[in-house]
Design a protein around this ligand. Structure first.
Ligand SMILES: [Zn+2]
Length: 133
């Protein structure tokens, strides 16, 4: 918790306000975690007609909706993990620095993608290598 007194002095990204970045990352994170229960609630509403109110059906419904939202959950989990990583880098004082090449990530990119771990060049290289968009 004493990282604040140990700033990076080379290639420091001057325009980054750690408190503002943290706030936007945490807002994004909350948004992501919020969206998953919304989907669950939607599924639950549709399925609740068949519930007999015993409570046992609810477990069955939960199992079914888990399957239905698995894809969304995986995407959400990945996005949340990326945000957690970004928050960890913020704590470590390495936020705003490309995790691949170590260069400063342009402020515009961080504004557009606050959880970005790499610069545009490395992101392009990564997506080519992994076949991701
Ligand atoms: Zn890079």
């Amino acid at each position: 918790m004493n990282t604040q007194s140990d700033p990076i002095d080379d290639e420091m990204v001057g325009s980054i306000d750690p408190a503002a970045v943290r706030a936007s990352l945490e807002a994004l994170r909350a948004e992501l975690l919020d969206s998953a229960p919304d989907i669950d609630a939607e599924v639950f509403r549709t399925r609740s007609d068949v519930s007999d109110g015993s409570g046992e059906t609810e477990h069955l419904v939960v199992a079914e909706q888990k399957d239905m939202t698995a894809r969304v959950d995986a995407l959400t989990e990945r996005a949340v993990a990326e945000i957690d990583d970004a928050l960890a880098r913020l704590d470590a004082g390495t936020y705003g620095r490309c995790t691949d090449c170590g260069r400063a990530i342009p402020a515009e990119r961080l504004e557009a993608v606050p959880a970005a771990a790499t610069c545009m060049d490395c992101a392009a290289t990564r997506s080519r290598g992994r076949g991701l968009v």
